[in-house]
Every structure is written in C-alpha cells, then in structure tokens.
Design a protein around this ligand. Structure first.
Ligand code: SAM
Ligand code: SF4
Ligand code: SF4
Length: 373
C-alpha cells in the first residue's frame, strides 16, 4: 500500500554538528553553484482541508495518516528566531505555506511578528503567503491588518466539476473567487493565481482560465505538474509542457515574452498583445519539468517541524529545531546555516529535465504538504 512507503516526517533529518569556529553572517552567502540565499519558504502546518490529487491524494492522506503532533511544530517564537537568522544571511522574501497555512491557529500573530523584521538593507521583508483560499474571504482583512503584503491563490479550474475533481473535497470555484476578491478589496495585492496543469484532468481549463483572468489585476501562472513527493503517482505523460500552454493561449490571444523582473524569478512572463497596445496584462509559466530553473534557485525551505531543506526534491532535512531546543545560541545556528548553504549543490530539476524518463524514482522524496510548496 502507498502509505507504507511514505516515511513519517519525524524520522527524517539529523541535527547538524556545530562547527568549531563560529562566524558572523555577512549577508553574502553563496552555495557551490554560486547561488545566494534570498528566499525562505516556511511551512506552518502539514495539514490541509483539500485533497488535491497531485499533492495529497485521498488514498494516502486518509484518516490513518499520521500528521505531526502540535508539540513537533515550530512555535511562532521559534519561527521568528530562525527567520532573523536567515535574514542576516541575506533573505529578503518570506513565503508562508503548508499544507494550508490559514489552518494554523492564530497565524496573524506570526505574521505580525515577521512583519516587524527588516532585511539587511533596512527594508521591509517581502512577506507573502500561498493559500487554497478556503478561508481567505473570512481572514483577508485580519491578515492585511497583521502586516501581510500579498497572497498567491491556488485555483486549478473555472469549471466547478473539474475543480472539485482536483481538490477532491467538493470545494467550489465560487468560494475561491470570493476569497480572491476579498483579498483584492483589502489590498493584499498584486495577487497571483496558481494553476497546476495536469494533462487529461484540467488542461481543457487553460483557455477558460486565461480568458477569465485577462484584463484583471490578477496574474495567472501555469505550473507544470511536478514529480514532487512520493504519493501522487506522477507520470511524464501527464505533464503539459509550458510551451504547449503558451501555444494554446497564443492561438487565441496573442502573447509576447517579457523580461524577468529579477534573476531567480521562477515564472517566465508573457504579456497579451492586443491591437490597442494594451493586451490585457500578463501570465507566468512555471516550467520546473521542461525548463528547470535550478541555476538561479535561491530558495531555502523550513518544514513544519523546523527542518531545513535546500531543495524541494530533497529526501532529508537538517534539524534546526533540535538546535533551538538544545539551547544553542543564535551565532551557533547561524554558523550551521552558513555551512549548510555553502555545501548546497542541489539541482534535481535540471538533472530530471535532461532525463525525463525519470531520475531513479525515490520513494523517500519529502511530500509537498510537509515541506511547503
Ligand atoms: N495549500 C496551499 C495552496 O494550495 O496554495 C499552499 C501549499 S501548496 C503545497 C503550494 C503550491 O504547490 C500550490 O500552488 C499547489 O498547487 C502546488 N503544488 C502542489 N503539488 C504540486 C505538484 N505535484 N506539482 C506542481 N505544483 C504542485
Ligand atoms: Fe492542500 Fe495546497 Fe496540497 Fe491542495 S496543493 S492538497 S490545497 S496543500
Ligand atoms: Fe531549486 Fe531544487 Fe527546484 Fe532546482 S529542483 S529549482 S534546486 S528546489
């Protein structure tokens, strides 16, 4: 059975050793492939109220699935302490994720704590969150008041039946759209909308989604279905390459490429080109399967229980929570982080792109809902 091959989160990772010589952070960390540390994704819960077929399929994430107990989760104080250490090493952007981050009780309190932090250049953090929007209409105002700057919302279809087949819990498109609208009204923008495209399941929704979000303030991004985790039964022939998404949209609504905003931007940008000069905004394509962007990957991930993952496709993490709870000083944890980042050489997607029949399929790859997307 599929459950048997999924390691429980608690069994993964090891507490890193403290280097003999401690060092002060410089904000200029660079890994073995000369990549800086700029982004931090923090998973605040491994639970979710959706069962998206590509992420938490019901057959695996059923009533027997063992989620982390509350005592295993990093507390808000622990998260904030680690965030400060990451920021001292150059992190400028923090994204809260999960599981479904809005399920974490009192999340607004964490947001308020993080919103007070400044980058090493004295600027406010770019503080954002990815959500399935099930609780967004209710929470948008309090998230904004707490200091959240913007949100990214996942929505895989406009057709209700298709969307419900994807989320597998009968959540309706209308309720997601209400959440998005409320987020816009309270000023949580610019809002990005993420659509994972799974061939044969929702690829007929590419055009309806493009039509719907064209000429709106929202930026629609198409994400290639990834072989993350060990439970979604990923197959290459279910991936719709981004080039095909662009081809289909371009045939009806002409597109032109746009230069990246900054190095390391995950989405390739295209804008609509209309006869009137303003074609109606832009879209993004996240092509982690067919055009890997490992060369610019500046992202670290902190799991729900405080393990550092240097790649979405890692099989184990580094237990920073053990350091926190063993009474280690900030300088010690900061030095550990410097060593781990300098040793980083992950580039899973690049290797897979060159070998789409699949890298050796590891049953140990960590689940997206645990590590945070
Ligand atoms: N629950 C929140 C949500 O869905 O927005 C946040 C966590 S979710 C893991 C983060 C993002 O990962 C979502 O946009 C989701 O669609 C995406 N995702 C999950 N599994 C994926 C997969 N196998 N391939 C591509 N994207 C995936
Ligand atoms: Fe939940 Fe997000 Fe995964 Fe869907 S993609 S199951 S909403 S964590
Ligand atoms: Fe970054 Fe790993 Fe994804 Fe490559 S595969 S972009 S290194 S997270």
């Amino acid at each position: 059975m599929a459950e048997k091959i999924i390691m429980m989160a608690e069994q993964r990772g090891n507490a890193p050793a403290i280097p003999a010589i401690l060092e002060a952070p410089t904000g200029l960390l660079s890994d073995r492939l000369a990549r800086p540390l700029h982004d931090l994704r923090i998973s605040v819960t491994d639970r979710c109220n959706f069962r998206c077929v590509y992420c938490m399929p019901k057959a695996v994430f059923d009533s027997d699935y063992q989620y982390l107990p509350h005592t295993s989760l990093l507390s808000f104080e622990e998260i904030t302490r680690l965030a400060k250490i990451f920021i001292a090493h150059g992190v400028e952007k923090i994204r809260l994720t999960g599981g479904e981050p809005l399920l974490r009780k009192n999340l607004e309190r964490l947001i308020a704590m993080l919103a007070e932090l400044k980058t090493i250049h004295g600027k406010p953090l770019d503080l954002t969150l990815t959500t399935n929007a099930s609780l967004l209409a209710r929470k948008a105002q309090s998230l904004k008041d707490a200091g959240l700057q913007r949100v990214t919302v996942s929505l895989d279809a406009l057709d209700n039946a298709t969307f419900q087949r994807m989320n597998d819990v009968d959540f309706s498109v209308d309720d997601v759209l209400k959440g998005i609208d409320m987020a816009r009204q309270v000023g949580l923008g610019p809002i990005k909308i993420n659509m994972v495209v799974k061939g044969g399941m929702n690829d007929d929704q590419i055009l309806p989604m493009a039509r719907h979000f064209r000429n709106t303030p929202y930026i629609l991004r198409f994400i290639e279905y990834m072989d993350v985790g060990a439970s979604n039964g990923w197959k290459m022939d279910e991936v719709i390459p981004s080039a095909e998404v662009v081809r289909r949209i371009h045939a009806e609504m002409p597109l032109a490429p746009v230069a990246a905003n900054y190095a390391g931007e995950t989405a390739a940008r295209w804008r609509y080109v209309g006869n009137d000069g303003d074609g109606g905004g832009e879209i993004g394509l996240i092509s982690s399967v067919t055009q890997a962007f490992c060369a610019d990957c500046s992202r670290a991930r902190l799991s729900t229980e405080g393990k550092l993952y240097t790649c979405l496709f890692a099989t184990s993490g580094h237990d920073l929570r053990a350091l926190l709870r063993n009474g280690r000083a900030d300088e010690e944890i900061s030095t550990v982080l410097a060593h781990l980042w300098r040793a980083r050489e992950d580039r899973y997607s690049e290797l897979r792109t060159n070998n789409t029949d699949g890298l050796p399929r590891s049953a140990n790859k960590v689940e997206m809902s645990y590590i945070g997307g």
